[in-house]
Design a protein around this ligand. Sequence first.
Ligand SMILES: NC(=O)c1ccc[n+]([C@@H]2O[C@H](COP(=O)([O-])OP(=O)(O)OC[C@H]3O[C@@H](n4cnc5c(N)ncnc54)[C@H](OP(=O)(O)O)[C@@H]3O)[C@@H](O)[C@H]2O)c1
Length: 244
Amino acid sequence: MNWHPKHCAVIGANGGIGAAFISHLLTNDSLESIHCCSRSGTSQFTNDKAINHILDYDNQESIAAAAAEIKGAGPLDLVIVATGLLHDEKGFGPEKSLRQLDSENLARAYHINAIGPALVAQSFLPLMNKDSKSVFAALSARVGSISDNNIGGWYGYRAAKAGLNQLLRTTSIEHARRWPESVVIGLHPGTVDTDLSKPFQRNVADGKLFTAEYATEEMLKVISGVTAADTGKVFAYDGKEVPA
Ligand SMILES: NC(=O)c1ccc[n+]([C@@H]2O[C@H](COP(=O)([O-])OP(=O)(O)OC[C@H]3O[C@@H](n4cnc5c(N)ncnc54)[C@H](OP(=O)(O)O)[C@@H]3O)[C@@H](O)[C@H]2O)c1
């Protein structure tokens, strides 16, 4: 990557993709600090530059509290929101049919995939570097594209990611008024071998199931290349824009 952010934050530090982003960013000599936010407030990173914070969408105050801890530690050049939910051990999972819709599960999908990242934007965007390029990137998914939806299914997750994309675009417009060099984007990582995709990997074409290391390396190239003209858009790991 040609762009070298000094101060970064990754939300979802213990997720497959979040942890891989942190590993990559720590290899950059220009990095001065990386704030690793997770529900537990712990992470695998023992490097002096890695600072752990608790951040849990089920405890809204923890979002602003993490931002308050980070404030003053140096303006953030890069914030990556690598959180998300597709299924859990309590039986929450993607709906195959309209018959399976359930208000609590739909609300849960929206809470973790759309509302949480928007509240991170609310608390973290004021901490971002105003003097030069800054990037706020949230992990979205191609299935959040309405025009690209040709096979149906996964109602809650799709709708929540579409909602996330709209929240990001709206945020990008407001944020650019005071941070003209800012970039607020969504990212589609491809299908990545993590806990989130584990139950759905059977039908992935050969060569299309990426390691988290590969996907994050590619997404960092995208992050490195974007400019203020790209704000509000969603990009796939290969740099191609994902249509709304
Ligand atoms: N894997 C794929 O194939 C794929 C494809 C398309 C899009 N994506 C998107 O990529 C992102 C990362 O997914 P992943 O594959 O890395 O999944 P993962 O390994 O299951 O990680 C999920 C992440 O979500 C965080 N999270 C879950 N509930 C949370 C809550 N209540 N509050 C705060 N954080 C919470 C976890 O936080 P902790 O760090 O605290 O554990 C963890 O970091 C998601 O947005 C996902 O939708 C993934």
